[in-house]
Design a protein. Structure first.
Length: 713
């Protein structure tokens, strides 16, 4: 607290801050004027009168409550809230209330050194200047993370960890005896043992793992995982438990299942895949009818609820796909061998089996535990060649599956599904993990074939549990839900696309809006503004998540949808398998609260995994461009912020930024609504989607940051 003497002339601003701090540090107490004057050392008449005037204004602001004519207390009803602290490198920290309200600004001096993602309790500050709402952290309820990753710096008497980004205000002090052999320049994972307090602003920690030297591919990938608190190795107890699992299938188990071993079955996956968790079978069942089986690895047969393997799978919740490796949810022995639907091996599966007519209408269907033997393992590229006319194994069956998938896809879009075929950046990697080529992976008939049958199975399973007679309550099931777009963002999109000559509906039925969105996506194909419109449209969409409270899936236009088809790499699918098995055996509905909490955890972990995956792409992007400094490329503007222009190189799709400081021909204002920068004097405009010529200026691998400068045309 400030120790200013009453003798010095205090400004109103200084006295406001002193009073705010005083009441926030004593939130539950009532103070008389005398107590306040004494505590703040206000011993002159003008200072006392100013303090009384300020407290009167604070009461008008609902910041203080008047307890009597000459006493006040903090107004806790409106002033104290709980939520999440969001730390920014530029000091513009904010507090996100639990009730979903707008973020509230928190200055660094009022942050209590809270870290990004911490749960905090804040007190609202009286609004003085410009009526900007501001909050002060009064208590850190829980820290989001208790470990950090960074570079060690070892001095004579002490050591510390230097971290990148905006997570920590200060470097982390490490006692020399807690270094675990780490040396200056090593990347390390540090566990925090002491948080900042009033007595000490230091964060203290101990090294739990030395990853190795900066720049080494393995070290950098492990550092990305550790940064998000994600695992990069398997606990020995879990590996040992997996080794003890018996892979063989008994005759007794086969008798309990439907036998598909003699029916044509295949897997279709990326060429470098090792975990095959879905297979398709097809056979004719009468003229013009086909029985299609969507067979999914029966993980829950091997991984029992509550087992050591299951507990680890819950914690991870998902497999993580970095550029050069997979961090599996299950131990390798399970995901790549025992459960994986490898060719010419008998495997236990859980299957959706449907009879389809020539128009891909479901005539009948069932869900059953099965045993299969895959005839062939295909890569997407092989199947695509066969679908385009090349001769190949089982070409007849594959072409029938493709024909049926196209009917399913056509009907889905007619029903209001939204078309978002987003391209994904991929790299070819050499044996040392170095990227040799960057390219976009596009959707093909082969990938869409698999996608449509997985969607069919997921929808069929969700309907089998969720679709009940009116007045009957459906049993508990984790659904994959996707809410309708934000109406305000849709209206912003409509106003935006009008400038390019496009029309769009933002009201009416769900189907009318999604059909209008699809018409927009089709209309801008191949145009200069295509990526720009796709980006803005995506921002209007909600994020899909898991929940036991079904609201349907807007993007797919399904009233019932779940995840059943990937239990090797997603925990919600394993939950669905277990519940389906119990319900088929006549069990009552499972505890909804338990499964809702698991759904929330899985949704959270999915987002964290996506962040780590994006960081690994950024790292490889910078590594790929590091030897191309000074080279010029054709690019287009892929993003605009107040601090610079993001540009994507047309040739290899790598993205970097032209910092605002390099746009020195004018002063540019950021027009957030129209996604552009506009020069004040010359009115030159930089807009999303514009072609631009850039030069590679800097490639900072440590910060995973690629900087461009403008090149002369």
């Amino acid at each position: 607290m400030s120790k200013k003497k009453g003798g010095k002339r205090l400004t109103k601003k200084q006295l406001v801050e002193m009073l705010q701090t005083f009441f926030q540090e004593n939130p539950n107490e009532i103070f008389s004027f005398k107590q306040i004057f004494r505590a703040l050392k206000l011993d002159t008449h003008p200072a006392k009168m100013l303090a009384i005037d300020i407290m009167d204004e604070m009461a008008w602001d609902d910041y203080l409550t008047k307890a009597s004519d000459n006493s006040y207390r903090l107004n806790l009803k409106t002033q104290v809230q709980e939520g999440t602290f969001i730390r920014k490198a530029n000091g513009k920290n904010s507090f996100q209330p639990d009730d979903g309200g707008k973020p509230i600004f928190v200055s660094e001096r009022n942050s209590m050194f809270a870290l990004n993602g911490d749960r905090v309790r804040v007190a609202m500050m009286a609004r003085r200047e410009k009526h900007i709402k501001e909050a002060m952290v009064v208590e850190i309820l829980s820290h989001k993370m208790d470990q950090a990753v960074g570079k060690l710096k070892v001095e004579k008497d002490f050591a510390f960890l230097v971290t990148e980004g905006n997570i920590f205000v200060h470097d982390i002090l490490i006692p020399k005896k807690k270094l675990k052999g780490g040396k200056t320049g090593d990347k390390a994972v540090v566990k925090i043992t002491q948080w900042p307090s009033k007595e000490s602003k230091n964060i203290v920690g101990e090294v739990i793992d030395v990853l190795g030297k900066e720049g080494d591919n393995n070290v950098e990938m492990h550092a990305i995982l550790a940064q998000y608190g994600l695992p990069y190795k398997y606990p020995k107890a879990v590996e040992d438990a997996a080794e003890k699992i018996e892979p063989g299938i008994t005759e007794q188990e086969i008798k309990r299942r439907e036998d598909f071993r003699d029916i044509f079955t295949c897997t279709i996956d990326p060429k470098d895949a090792k975990d095959f968790d879905d297979a398709l079978s097809i056979r004719p069942v009468g003229k013009g009818f086909w029985e299609v089986g969507v067979h999914i690895a029966d993980v829950s047969h091997y991984v029992k609820e509550g087992s050591v393997i299951d507990k680890e799978a819950v914690k991870r919740a998902t497999s993580i796909y970095l550029v050069d490796r997979t961090i599996p949810m299950l131990p390798e022995r399970l995901c790549n061998f025992i459960c994986s639907l490898r060719p010419d091996e008998e495997k236990l599966t859980y299957s959706v089996i449907v009879t389809l007519d020539e128009e891909a209408n479901i005539k009948k269907g069932r869900i059953a535990h099965t045993v299969i033997k895959s005839n062939r393992r295909y890569a997407y590229e092989e199947v695509q060649e066969i679908l385009m006319g090349k001769d190949g194994d089982y070409q007849g069956e594959l072409r029938i599956l493709d024909r049926l998938a196209k009917k399913l896809r056509e009907r889905r879009f007619k029903g209001g599904a939204v078309k978002f075929d987003r391209e994904e950046l991929h790299f070819d990697i050499d044996k040392d993990g170095k990227p040799t080529r960057a390219y976009f992976k596009k959707s093909t008939d082969a990938t869409q074939l698999i996608e449509e049958f997985m969607l069919l199975a997921n929808k069929f399973v969700a309907e089998s549990v969720g679709k009940v007679k009116k007045g009957t309550k459906a049993k508990t099931l984790p659904y994959r839900i996707h809410d309708q777009p934000d109406p305000t963002k849709l209206e912003t999109l409509r106003e935006f696309v009008v400038k390019f000559g496009y029309k769009m509906k933002t009201s009416g039925t769900r189907g009318a809006i999604s059909k209008s969105l699809n018409a927009l996506m089709d209309g801008c194909q191949g145009k200069k503004e295509q990526k720009l419109i796709e980006t803005v449209a995506l921002r209007a969409m909600m994020k899909a998540k898991y929940s036991t409270h079904n609201i349907g899936h807007y993007g797919l236009a399904f009233d019932y949808y779940t995840h059943f088809t990937s239990p090797i790499r997603r925990y919600p699918d394993t939950m669905v398998h277990r519940l389906l098995t119990k319900y088929q055996d006549g069990a009552r509905s499972a505890n909804q609260q338990k499964y809702e909490e698991l759904c929330e955890h899985c949704s959270d972990m999915e987002l964290v995994a996506q962040q780590a995956e994006r960081d690994s792409i950024k790292y490889k992007m910078v590594e790929f461009m590091a030897d191309k400094l000074g080279e010029t490329y054709d690019a287009h503007i892929s993003g605009i912020q107040s601090y610079g222009i993001y540009c994507e190189i047309d040739e290899n799709h790598c993205e970097g930024m032209v910092p605002m400081r390099d746009l020195d021909d004018d002063y540019y204002d950021f027009d957030e609504r129209n996604y552009c920068l506009v020069g004040r004097r010359r009115h030159h405009k930089y807009q999303l989607g514009d072609p631009i010529r850039i030069k590679v200026a800097r490639a900072n691998i440590e910060k995973r940051q690629l900087d461009f400068s403008l090149a002369e045309n």
